[in-house]
Design a protein around this ligand. Structure first.
Ligand code: HEC
Length: 127
């Protein structure tokens, strides 16, 4: 009865997907690194230095170098979160910085903010 087997497989995968979504594992530091490498490194560079392979002459401004504490210190965690969620223009920055709010969850963006703080080794301005 292959049909029935297919059905139970289908049900099983739905159950697994639902549990996966509800499980809502908090995003771990290691995951943040993966997210960064996957979504951000092509522009910001694997080490966050703003020199990813995607950056060419069409970039009027270089992507932020996240290892520059003196620059990153000017941004609060909320500033970073907003620009990542809503993109460069939302913060009067270059549109080459895309909005990620539709791709990433808030938890993932929060984890990325923490990851960027590790790269700059700075706390950022309060607020
Ligand atoms: C297509 C290239 C590109 C990708 C991909 C990209 N960025 Fe950017 N990002 C930029 C550019 C260009 C700027 C500089 C904007 C400016 O200074 O006007 C920038 C700036 C920033 C800033 C600094 C904003 C500020 O106020 O100084 C943050 C924070 C940031 N990006 C985070 C991220 C994160 C996190 C990701 C991955 C989820 C990411 N970016 C992916 C191009 C990119």
């Amino acid at each position: 009865m292959p049909r029935q087997k297919n059905l139970s497989m289908a049900i099983l995968s739905v159950v697994l997907i639902v549990f996966g979504l509800l499980g809502g594992n908090p995003v771990q530091a290691a995951d943040a690194e993966q997210l960064f490498k996957f979504y951000c490194a092509q522009c910001h560079g694997l080490e966050g230095k703003g020199n990813g392979p995607n950056v060419g002459k069409e970039f009027p401004v270089d992507p932020r170098n996240f290892t520059k504490a003196e620059e990153m210190q000017k941004l609060s965690d909320a500033d970073i979160k907003n620009v990542v969620m809503d993109g460069g223009p939302s913060a009067s920055k270059s549109p080459m910085m895309p909005p990620w709010g539709k791709t990433l969850t808030e938890e993932e963006v929060d984890a990325l903010v923490k990851y960027l703080r590790k790269l700059c080794n700075c706390t950022g301005k309060a607020g």
